[in-house]
Design a protein around this ligand. Structure first.
Ligand SMILES: O=c1[nH]c(=O)c2[nH]c(=O)[nH]c2[nH]1
Length: 304
């Protein structure tokens, strides 16, 4: 039997750091960025798998050192810039590295108010919610993809959500409702249009212009605003409306995806005690959950 290596990549995962940024005019005015970085390299490494020849391997320990040294010596805000910087570094420094995947997960630390004023260097951790980016780059065809996301933003609305008019068959037990609880852990991601963000250098320029931060802010605001304001017909309809709005607001975004668990809250039956429920006491059901996913893009106008 003969075999061949079809695909490979390697690198370091879970490289974690917290970077402090000090205002040069006021050293007590600071910012922090806590990140978990993964870098995987692709390229001419086949002999390390097929011939036990380690010569081409840039050790994963070196990958880790690089992430930390570059985090210290360059600007890591926003994470999209740092991802592009790492992609440039690895593909320019090592001739046999032809491609890279960079993934960065940023914890959510936000400054909080003390005596009515935002404190200059004290932060509150906002729970499991993270801001993420995933960048891939291939040197030979210059193909670049950047997908950024919000993950684990948990929301709940206690009214203003409906679900009725669905397919009914002999397996259906669900009752239609015009008033239910809606809750989910938002996983929202947006991919930048490769025709608009075309190169690693352009990522650095766009980062300086604020594109990545403003897109993140828009996506988060649209998600929270529409979740609250819309009388939801379904998770499907609400996530489509959110995606549409983000595409409308940010021309540089090509597609928007959501993956939303529908976290069920089930009304307790208290009739055994003669108590009629008024949709007030629910059981937070840990499983199973609905899971609704979609990707929305721009409709290309027909050139008739
Ligand atoms: O918004 C919803 N979408 C569904 O597809 C679905 N299915 C279900 O049982 N409840 C819901 N709710």
């Amino acid at each position: 039997m003969q075999s061949e290596l079809l695909d490979s990549s390697y690198g370091k995962g879970n490289v974690k750091f917290l970077k402090v940024k000090k205002n040069p005019h006021n050293s007590k005015e600071q910012d922090v960025l806590e990140a978990n970085v993964q870098v995987l390299l692709k390229g001419n490494f086949d002999v390390s798998y097929t011939k036990a020849d380690n010569a081409p391997i840039v050790p994963t320990d070196t990958v880790k050192n690089t992430i930390l040294i570059e985090a210290k010596t360059t600007n890591v805000w926003p994470i999209e810039r740092f991802a592009a910087h790492l992609a440039k570094h690895f593909t320019e420094k090592y001739a046999h590295v032809s491609g890279i995947e960079v993934s960065i997960v940023q914890s959510k630390w936000t400054k909080y108010e003390v005596d009515g004023k935002i404190h200059p260097h004290s932060f509150k951790h906002e729970g499991p919610e993270t801001r993420r980016t995933f960048l891939t780059y291939c040197r030979s065809n210059k193909k670049l993809t950047i997908t950024s996301s919000i993950k684990d933003l948990t929301v709940l609305k206690s009214t203003g959500s409906m679900f009725y008019g669905y397919n009914v068959c002999d397996y259906t037990t669900l009752k239609p409702t015009k008033d239910r609880i809606l809750s989910t852990d938002v996983d929202a991601s947006w991919t930048y249009d490769p025709k608009q963000v075309t190169s690693l250098d352009q990522v650095l320029t766009q980062a300086d212009k604020g594109l990545f931060d403003s897109t993140y802010d828009s996506a988060r605001k649209v998600t929270l605003d529409l979740f609250a304001l819309e009388n939801s017909a379904s998770v499907q309809a609400t996530m489509y409306n959110m995606s549409h709005k983000i595409l409308e607001l940010v021309p540089e975004v090509g597609t928007v995806s959501y993956a939303l668990p529908n976290k069920h809250y089930i009304l307790f039956n208290l009739e055994w005690k003669g108590i009629k429920q008024n949709d007030e006491l629910f059981y937070p059901s840990p499983d199973p959950n609905g899971l609704i996913k979609s990707t929305v893009g721009r409709k290309t106008q027909s050139k008739l």
